[in-house]
Design a binder for this molecule. Structure first.
Ligand code: HEC
Length: 260
């Protein structure tokens, strides 16, 4: 019984091989064409997905930057209302200092990097890099520009970057107007201070967000390669199966024709 089944399987298998051999060229052509089609669909998909991912991350960056901007505004206003700007103990509430501390915690938790930069910086740590300089230049040219984004490389790592402008408001003037009028402890702490002599409405600097994108893009690529391989294997199987089925049907029809 078992050997019978084995025999049948063997016969069936050899018929399949024969059919495959006869249609070899056709099958290969169909598989190649199919693979090319699948590959181009995958490439388009990759483009689409990575554009979507970037847009999504840029949107997040904008939200995070705005959140920090309004936190900073609130701190500056609170300091001004309470007349705290001349108190050294209130240093931790200074918008830029609080922003840096919040940024550090936020980076540890999310990997999103937050900075506050200016071409006329008070703290040299807030000196803008090349990308940030470009953004500040654009904000300077166009007062209606609400954000500046792009792809960049930092230490060999691909990153997305997003900046929003910061303008001088009434509360900022307490510490960023003429040098003689700003709190003494600030004058002492920052002897090389460039962040003075601002007037209301001036572009003061920007909030800068940096997000690594390498890992997310590699994940999309991995998923698509996997999908392409699975689809190609499926297509190969399907084409072979259809070819075999067609050949068997043809053979059967030929046989029944011969008999009749
Ligand atoms: C109580 C004083 C105070 C007020 C009010 C204040 N700042 Fe500052 N600002 C500082 C100090 C001090 C620094 C340097 C912080 C550091 O060491 O990183 C600074 C730094 C900055 C920086 C980072 C770049 C640089 O110059 O180092 C920006 C941008 C900035 N301030 C914008 C503003 C804006 C906009 C406002 C109003 C919404 C404001 N500041 C209100 C004291 C103040």
């Amino acid at each position: 019984m078992i050997s019978d089944t084995n025999k049948e399987t063997k016969v069936y298998f050899s018929v399949c091989v024969a059919v495959m051999k006869r249609n070899f060229k056709l099958i290969i052509i169909i598989i190649i064409v199919g693979t090319v089609v699948i590959l181009s669909i995958s490439a388009t998909n990759y483009q689409k997905q990575s554009t979507l991912l970037r847009e999504e991350i840029f949107d997040k960056c904008e939200m995070i930057a705005l959140e920090l901007k309004y936190t900073r505004d609130y701190l500056a206003e609170t300091i001004a209302i309470a007349n705290l700007q001349h108190h050294e103990e209130a240093r931790g509430l200074i918008p830029a200092i609080a922003g840096n501390a919040i940024g550090k915690k936020f980076y540890d938790a999310t990997g999103y990097q937050l900075r506050q930069v200016s071409s006329k910086y008070r703290n040299p740590k807030n000196k803008p890099d090349k990308f940030e300089k470009e953004a500040l230049l654009e904000f300077g040219k166009d007062g209606n520009l609400s954000g500046y984004k792009g792809v960049d490389k930092i230490n060999g790592q691909k990153v997305l970057r997003y900046l929003i402008p910061l303008y001088i408001e009434e509360a900022c003037l307490k510490c960023h107007s003429a040098k003689e009028t700003i709190p003494e402890f600030i004058q002492e702490d920052y002897p090389e201070d460039k962040a003075t002599d601002y007037t209301f409405g001036d572009l003061r600097g920007a909030i800068s967000v940096v997000v690594p994108i390498d890992r997310a893009e590699a994940e999309i690529k991995g998923n698509l390669i996997h999908m392409t391989l699975v689809t190609t294997a499926g297509l190969t199987f399907l084409v072979t199966f259809i070819a075999i089925a067609i050949n068997i049907t043809i053979k059967k029809t030929e046989k029944s024709k011969l008999r009749s």
